[in-house]
Design a protein around this ligand. Structure first.
Ligand code: CA
Length: 230
C-alpha cells in the first residue's frame, strides 16, 4: 500500500552504531535520517516527519525517555511509532520506557535482524491504524504520506514549508495559532527564523491554495495569528 520507502529517524549519538543501523535499514529499503541529540530529533520529527523513530535512551543532555515523552505530548506528532534502544535490560527500565509511550523496546546489544523484525512489526501496526494520513477540511485534502494536496479535487503544488504550515493548520481547523506557535510547529523549536517569515510563507500558502473563485481559507486574526477558516 505504501508506494514510497518508509522513512525512519535514528536518534543516537554513537556514530558506529548509527552506521550499523543505517546500513541495515537501507538494505531493507528504508529511507534513513539521523539525529544525534533530543533537540535535533524533535526538529527533524517536525521538519521531515518520519514513519518511525528508533530512539536511544542514552543521549547527551535530554534523555531518550524525555524525548519520547515530548513527542507523546505534542498533538501534531504524538502517534508517531517509537522503538527505544537501551543498554539497560532491567524490568523496571522496560516498564519506564513503555510507560513514557514507546511502542517497543530493544535491549543493546541486539542483532540487526532482531531490530529489523521489531521495525517491521511496529510499522505494520501503525499503517493499519494510522489516524491522520489524510487530513480533510472544506474542500482541502492532504495526503500526508504521499505529500499531496488537493482543493476541490485540483492538485495544489506547495513548497516544503508551506506543506508543513498547512499540515499544522489542517490538524486543528478553526484553532487560532500564534506566529510563535506556527514557528515552533512548522519549523521546529529553536529555528533561527524571524517571526515575519511566518507571514511570508502564509502569503505563499494562500496564493497556492486559494484558487480563482474560491474563498480565502486562511483567516488572519489581528494581533493573534492565523487559523483555518471554518
Ligand atoms: Ca547513545
Amino acid at each position: 500500500m505504501m508506494s514510497r520507502a518508509p522513512h525512519i529517524l535514528v536518534v543516537e549519538d554513537e556514530s558506529p552504531l548509527v552506521e550499523v543501523l543505517r546500513y541495515n535499514l537501507e538494505l531493507e529499503g528504508y529511507r534513513v535520517s539521523v539525529a544525534t541529540d533530543g533537540r535535533e530529533a524533535i526538529e527533524r520529527v517536525h521538519g521531515d516527519p518520519p514513519d518511525l523513530v528508533i530512539l536511544d535512551w542514552m543521549l547527551p543532555e535530554q534523555s531518550g525517555l524525555d524525548v519520547c515523552r515530548e513527542i507523546r505530548r505534542d498533538p501534531l506528532v504524538k502517534t508517531l511509532p517509537i522503538i527505544m534502544l537501551t543498554a539497560r535490560g532491567e524490568e523496571a527500565d522496560r516498564v519506564r520506557g513503555l510507560g513514557a509511550g514507546a511502542d517497543d523496546y530493544v535491549v543493546k546489544p541486539f542483532s540487526p535482524s532482531e531490530l529489523l523484525a521489531r521495525v517491521r512489526a511496529v510499522l505494520r501496526r501503525s499503517t493499519t491504524a494510522s489516524p491522520d494520513e489524510t487530513l480533510v477540511h472544506s474542500g482541502l485534502a492532504m495526503d500526508v504520506a504521499a505529500h499531496r494536496v488537493t482543493r476541490d479535487g485540483q492538485t495544489i503544488h506547495l513548497g516544503p514549508t508551506e506543506f508543513r504550515l498547512l499540515r499544522v493548520l489542517l490538524k486543528r481547523p478553526g484553532r487560532v495559532f500564534s506566529r510563535e506557535q506556527l514557528l515552533d510547529l512548522a519549523w521546529g523549536r529553536d529555528a533561527e527564523v524571524d517571526l515575519r517569515t511566518v507571514d511570508v510563507h502564509i502569503r505563499r500558502l494562500r496564493k497556492a491554495i486559494n484558487l480563482p473563485g474560491t474563498s480565502d481559507i486562511i483567516r488572519t486574526v489581528r494581533g493573534s495569528g492565523y487559523a483555518l477558516a471554518d
